[in-house]
Ligand binder design. Structure first.
Ligand code: FAD
Length: 500
């Protein structure tokens, strides 16, 4: 049985392990941390449990497919619950809008803002039904092609009809001519770590998917999803080694031989898949000769996403009346110059922020009558040298003072436990280059064939899986990439299962 080693038990590593193990490979995962999940691992603080990273799950069918195509039942491992509203957006002028998959209810809200907005939404939605059919499978759901592979006249004609040169913000402005609606619908660009005015409108499929298919929450949180994926792959025979940091990939004559662990032990394999953050791996796990074009100089020129300031709060009360996801879009979101559009300086005046209130549908994460809150603020990545040792406390106070803007009144007096992450935490504790939690930005120079590839061009039987490689960051996208990674391994190393 061919043996595959995966470096890292993040969502990308786990999804690839499930697929490979079900196809007859012997899979071993080496994970540096003491639990699985990477940025999705979660943690406990006293009697409160927290998700660390993802809180928004889109397109459950992709998880369903991962399990079904691997001979498993997703529902034997985890259940998903749909949220309503998807997200409540509060604006700089004290108005608000509930984004919801209940399209009629959404259009009633739009109609109350301006009478023609419901019709404008219908037009936008119909365009996206078409865009989804054309774009999802050919871009997200398939391995990357060469540049020439995209020069297909029919595909180009179809793509042009969706005006991909527009920014996400421009696209929504074009349809709605209302600044609040345009920002509310385009702010999902922040899932990719980008401001809506610099993110391509090709990503309008993200808000479309949320309208069409909803926003979901895994029961027990995303940390339970990580455990479910780990259990699934273990049930298929994968061995997961925690607290097992890989020191370097073992390569001879441009052939992958296995890995060398921090302990000095060498473990042989037929192929290695690196799930560790791409730039981190380039700098730390691969010799210069195996890095291809991704030298330090090249990485220095590439653009990485923003980071996030996080507060994970254990609270001695519940907020039953507040929705699961809320975003505050401050006046500064409307600014079109640096540092507001590229997060190159810390906004210490009026930052936008997001709060997740998961306990209302997932009470298991806190003692009876208590709850947990997850607060996220986009901040510069570590390339911009924010001195967090001196700023962390005042920034925490600023955000706590602003939480009443989302309905969390007198929050300070209800805090029982708190944990704070800065860009340094993501960089140092989660081994994420520059603490750029959404990986490489998704600009035109770093998309499709120009994004790092899953299969190494330099070393045989070496692959990458995660948010930095094609097609991009986020769970849904990485799960799609896991399909491509499995298919590349299948092309390079056959087993009795994929032989038949
Ligand atoms: C605050 C935040 C909010 C987010 N919100 C969402 C969301 O709502 N929805 C969504 O879809 N996505 C969201 N994301 C993005 C999502 O979390 C990432 O895209 C995803 O976790 C990336 O998965 P990955 O497998 O590529 O890498 P990671 O999750 O980073 O996993 C990589 C793993 O490799 C391990 N590793 C690194 N180096 C070594 C080594 N030398 N040896 C062994 N192991 C090693 C790490 O410990 C880690 O476990 C969010 C991320 C953050 C941080």
């Amino acid at each position: 049985m061919p043996k595959i080693i995966i470096v890292g038990a993040g969502p990308g590593g786990l999804a690839t392990a499930i697929r490979l193990a079900s196809r007859g490979y012997s899979v071993e995962i080496f994970e540096a941390a003491n639990r699985v999940g990477g940025r999705m691992a979660g943690f406990e603080n006293g009697s409160y449990s927290f998700d660390t990273g993802p809180t928004i799950l889109q397109l459950p069918r992709v998880y369903q497919e991962l399990f079904t195509e691997s001979g498993l039942n997703l529902s034997d491992y985890i259940q998903f619950k749909q949220l309503d509203p998807n997200t409540r957006v509060h604006f700089w002028d004290n108005t608000r809008l509930d984004l919801t998959s209940n399209i009629e209810a959404f259009k009633i809200q739009l109609g109350a803002i301006r009478s023609d907005l419901g019709t404008a939404f219908d037009k936008w939605y119909a365009e996206h039904v078409r865009k989804y059919k054309v774009g999802y499978k050919s871009y997200l759901g398939t391995p990357v092609r060469s540049i020439a592979g995209y020069l297909n006249p029919l595909e180009i004609a179809r793509a042009i009809s969706f005006r991909p040169w527009e920014s996400l913000y421009q696209q929504f402005w074009h349809h709605f001519k209302d600044e609040r609606i345009a920002y509310a619908l385009s702010y999902s660009s922040k899932y990719l770590g980008m401001h809506p005015t610099v993110c391509s409108s090709i990503f309008s499929l993200i808000p479309y998917l949320e309208f069409a298919d909803g926003v979901w929450h895994p029961e027990g949180g995303f940390r339970a999803l990580a455990l479910a994926m780990a259990k699934a792959t273990e049930d298929l025979g994968t061995r997961i080694h925690l607290n097992s940091s890989v020191k370097q990939i073992w390569i001879e004559n441009r052939q992958t031989k296995g890995v060398e662990l921090a302990s000095g032990e060498r473990v042989r394999a037929d192929a290695v898949i690196i799930n560790a953050d791409f730039a981190h791996a380039m700098k730390n796990l691969l010799p210069e000769s195996a890095r291809g074009k991704y030298t330090d100089a090249k990485l220095g020129k590439m653009q990485f996403s923003c980071s996030t300031f996080m507060l994970y709060l254990g609270i001695n009360r519940r907020y039953e009346d507040l929705p699961h996801h809320q975003i505050y879009l401050s006046d500064n979101v409307r600014k079109r110059s640096r540092p507001w559009i590229d997060d190159s300086a810390l906004d210490e005046e009026n930052p936008p922020f997001y709060v997740c209130n998961p306990t209302i549908i997932d009470p298991s994460n806190a003692p009876a009558g208590h709850s947990t809150l997850f607060v996220l603020v986009p901040i510069p990545n570590t390339a911009y040298n924010v001195d967090w040792a001196s700023k962390q406390k005042s920034y925490r106070n600023l955000i706590i003072q602003r939480m009443p803007l989302l309905g969390y009144k007198n929050i300070e007096k209800h805090i029982v436990t708190e944990t704070c992450y800065t860009a340094n935490t993501w960089q140092d504790d989660y081994r994420t280059h520059l603490g750029a939690v959404f990986n490489l930005t998704h600009n035109w120079k770093q998309l499709g064939p120009l994004r790092p590839h899953i299969r190494s061009n330099t070393v045989s039987k070496l692959y990458f899986i995660g948010g930095a490689v094609h097609p991009g960051s986020g769970l849904l996208t990485i799960l799609e990439a896991a399909k491509s990674a499995t298919s590349f391994v299948g092309q390079d190393i056959t087993t009795s299962v994929n032989d038949t």
